[in-house]
Design a protein around this ligand. Structure first.
Ligand code: ZN
Length: 127
């Protein structure tokens, strides 16, 4: 991949809490829940989202990626690439999977070490 990623996430030592829910929730609420996964790189976050969507896409009627307002992405790219870019920018990314039986909301919330001292990237080279 040739997209030049922003370095905000690295400078701020951010990590992301991944959550999945069948209802709309807020960042504030999710804070108090144990994340489904903890991701330490934008690529890891985007991959988690893409894989989780794929795992539920057998009966998906629509998939919608949400990237934060104000993050300018000048490359067309795929949803996954745009998601990775937004995460590298220090943003949050969410996705909504609509299926014939219901809906699934996926969230990636960014945290820096002050906001969440609990998780430390032990090996940042792992994607
Ligand atoms: Zn954390």
């Amino acid at each position: 991949m040739s997209i030049r990623l922003p370095s905000q996430w690295h400078d701020r030592e951010m990590h992301w809490h991944a959550h999945r829910s069948t209802t709309v929730t807020t960042t504030k609420l999710r804070r108090h829940h144990t994340p489904t996964a903890v991701l330490y790189t934008p690529a890891g976050g985007a991959t988690w989202l893409a894989n989780t969507i794929a795992a539920h896409s057998t009966d998906a009627v629509a998939v919608e990626w949400g990237t934060p307002w104000g993050v300018l992405i000048d490359t067309p790219g795929s949803d996954r690439e745009r998601g990775e870019y937004a995460l590298a920018h220090g943003g949050s990314v969410d996705a909504l999977v609509l299926t014939t039986t219901g809906q699934l909301y996926l969230y990636l919330d960014p945290y820096n070490p002050e906001q969440c001292p609990e998780h430390r990237p032990q090996d940042t080279s792992v994607v």
